[in-house]
Design a binder for this molecule. Structure first.
Ligand SMILES: NC(=O)c1ccc[n+]([C@@H]2O[C@H](COP(=O)([O-])OP(=O)(O)OC[C@H]3O[C@@H](n4cnc5c(N)ncnc54)[C@H](OP(=O)(O)O)[C@@H]3O)[C@@H](O)[C@H]2O)c1
Length: 279
């Protein structure tokens, strides 16, 4: 059956790859972007009545409601919602202000909440739907200079797991995607927030810009191939709950999960030692 997709942050990188893959598979896509000019230019070569472009800054709740409304009015239902829009603000924790954290969480967490609040009533009424939340390796592992970005993605994963349990009875599936490094604008110096510190103690390490900017344009992950993998996952009767995209994601996260599992098993006795309240 032809699916109706709604993809946020669709004008570049992974979002654009997902849109193109879904269109290639014969599905219909509502591509949402905060800047209509960028959105139109991303899909300039595509002339299809299976593609609609809508304006959406995900941090604007009213725009999210309007965009979802427009999608349903135009195509009659909503099968797959991909929360993809996001930014990366990178720097040592002590260099990041509270407002840097707020700026990071605005699209990556609150933007997703806005879109889900608008989309879930539609899916619940349909008694069917699939939410795909684009997290990151940083949504399952924390590393230097990633405290704000990881905070946003860990929060997204927690939200996704809890939500999945609440909506499974309504026929709504939730997939968490943890990509490795994909070729996109995320680490473009004009796009990413590289926050430097003047705290001398951190001088021995590379700055956020020195650490992350070299990845820009050299990432091995192909957004279109990720899109094709998501099309396959969306076609499953029981879509995956978790999908690691890229061999680097698998190589990076396996040891993290194994270490966690080992910590749980090795300390079972100490963990149990806190049971029972002595009156
Ligand atoms: N590329 C990677 O290596 C990688 C790895 C793990 C996870 N991810 C995640 O993948 C997702 C897509 O990122 P990408 O790598 O494809 O980077 P990208 O090329 O920079 O795409 C990010 C998209 O999000 C949009 N966006 C940012 N803030 C927004 C807002 N407030 N409202 C609406 N749209 C907004 C951007 O729009 P503008 O063009 O208008 O700025 C852009 O379309 C992000 O959630 C990112 O965290 C990426």
């Amino acid at each position: 059956m032809n699916k109706i997709w709604f993809v946020t942050g669709a004008n570049s990188g992974i979002g654009a790859g997902i849109v193109k893959a879904a269109l290639d598979s014969g599905d219909t896509v509502v591509a949402a972007g905060r800047n209509m000019e960028r959105l139109q230019s991303a899909f300039a070569g595509i002339d299809s009545d299976r593609l609609a472009l809508v304006q959406l800054d995900v941090t604007d709740k009213t725009q999210a409601e309007r965009a979802i409304d427009d999608a349903v009015t135009r195509f009659g239902r909503l099968d797959v919602v991909v929360n993809n829009a996001g930014i990366a603000i990178l720097g040592y924790f002590e260099a990041l202000s509270t407002s840097d954290f707020e700026r990071q969480l605005a699209p990556n967490l609150y933007g997703v909440i806005n879109v889900l609040h608008a989309a879930l009533p539609v899916m619940r009424k349909q008694r069917a739907g699939h939410i795909i939340n684009i997290s990151s390796m940083a949504g399952a592992a924390g590393g230097k200079q990633g405290s704000a970005y990881s905070a946003s993605k860990f929060a997204l994963e927690g939200l996704s797991m809890a939500l999945a349990a609440e909506v499974e009875d309504f026929g709504i599936h939730v997939t968490i995607v943890e990509p490795g490094f994909f070729r996109s604008k995320l680490l473009d110096t004009s796009n990413a927030g590289f926050i430097d510190t003047d705290i001398g103690d951190y001088d021995t390490g590379a700055s956020a810009r020195e650490t992350w900017a070299p990845y820009d344009g050299t990432q091995n992950g192909d957004p279109l191939k990720l899109g094709k993998a998501l099309v396959k996952i969306a076609a499953m009767d029981e879509p995956l709950k978790l999908f690691l995209a890229g061999s680097d994601a698998v190589a990076g996260l396996l040891p993290v999960v194994e270490e966690r599992l080992k910590a749980i098993k090795d300390n079972r006795e100490l963990s149990s030692s806190t049971d029972g309240v002595d009156q």
